[in-house]
Design a protein around this ligand. Sequence first.
Ligand SMILES: [Zn+2]
Length: 289
Amino acid sequence: MRHIGEFELQRVVESEEPLIAPDNFFPESTPDVFAEHAHWLQPRYVDPVSGKLVICVQSYIVRTPRHIIVVDACVGNDKERAVFPQWHHQQSNYLADLAAAGVRPEQVDFVMCTHLHTDHVGWNTRLLDGRWVPTFPNARYIFARDEYRQAEAQMRLDASAGHPQAFADSVLPVMEAGQAVLVDNDHEIDHGVWLEPAPGHTPGNVVVNLTSGGDSAVLSGDVIHHPVQLLRPEWSSRACEDRPQSRRTRRDFIERYADTDTLIAPAHFPSPSLGYIIGQDDHFGYRDA
Ligand SMILES: [Zn+2]
């Protein structure tokens, strides 16, 4: 548990493992960077045995004095994900871990996905008697309107593709249940909790800013996937839909928060995930919170 002014920030980790080879995820990556920085990257961020990037999939839970907010909803259980074999029909202890964090699904007031990719929407819904129903029965689910429209259009183009599958089983049922709220890219969810556009990874990608009592944090989603990108901010991932725009957004983000006391909470950094960006020019790093 981390305090940001009056807010409390917690993580609920769904999975954390060496997941993907660097050149598979970052097409522009070169082995020399990983070799030169092995002392820093291994074993925490890069698995020394397989060479794969360690990737965490998690939700952030924000408690304000008024509300409980879940940011990013992981992969989910029972989802048909043949396109992502490692997540196909996944069974995790997410709900038990959420309960261990002191949160029952019915207590959640808002669910917010930084973008609508498979690994950020899954727990929006759960399988009940063969149907996908909202996991959080009393929550309003906040979706950035631009992101929702783009993801909906992608689903109409090819409903069998990976992320559109997730839209169909993890976003549409929320809309059909009347729990979705489409908002502008700078929407304020609660006092001191607001969205900010961060396009590139997806067209309507946003980050979630937290400010309370002079403290600040950014739940940065997939603006930056892995700490190695602090060494090479220009590396966009294969999952980035507009790689040049993603690169610009990431560089701006890193430069803006480097050597500040704004806490960074990326979606996929290995545990403990939370930290501060340090450095300048092209020599950036990460310091645990
Ligand atoms: Zn992601």
